[in-house]
Write a protein that binds this ligand. Structure first.
Ligand code: CMP
Length: 143
């Protein structure tokens, strides 16, 4: 069993797509181990997107991700990192295939609705940012 960090971004929350997107993960048979709504601070954004901080699009990404609440989920399943990334589709909603979450609901590169960890190392690092030790009992859910 594996665990990943999924973030429903401000555009997802504001467009009222949370339920539909969480349902897709549930329908796939994945387990929602923890979930919380929060406001991402600029320092959390820099920590989460450390690999992008020097990129030209980063200021705009930080402005977007800190603009309104997000929902963080810890999701469990077999090969869940690869499975969820496949369900999201390409980063740019305009290029994502129909049938994927971004392909069906997004037409933007930045406002692409959902973030998901891209490797076991990223998942471990990102889960710690959003689910600080003691902040929830997701560790008790079977891994
Ligand atoms: P995400 O999967 O959260 O990982 C990094 C995010 O940066 C990405 O989704 C997009 O929201 C955003 N992003 C990636 N590339 C670009 C880009 N070229 N221009 C603007 N935003 C981008």
């Amino acid at each position: 069993m594996q665990r990943t960090l999924v973030l429903l971004k401000p555009d997802c929350v504001q467009r009222g797509l949370m339920g539909r997107i969480i349902s897709r993960f549930e329908e796939k048979g994945l387990q929602i181990a923890a979930m919380k709504m929060l406001h991402v601070s600029p320092s959390m954004s820099r920590e989460h997107y450390a690999e992008h901080v020097e990129k030209p699009f980063y200021p705009s990404l930080e402005e977007f991700i800190t603009s309104a609440p997000v929902v963080a989920l810890a999701i469990d399943g077999l090969n869940v990192i690869e499975v969820v990334r496949g369900m999201l589709g390409a980063t740019n909603g305009l290029k994502a295939e129909s049938g994927t979450i971004r392909g069906d609901f997004s037409s933007s590169r930045q406002m692409n609705l959902v973030h998901a960890s891209d490797s076991p190392e990223s998942a471990e690092r990102e889960l710690k940012i959003y689910f600080a030790e003691g902040a929830c009992d997701y560790e008790s859910v079977a891994k």
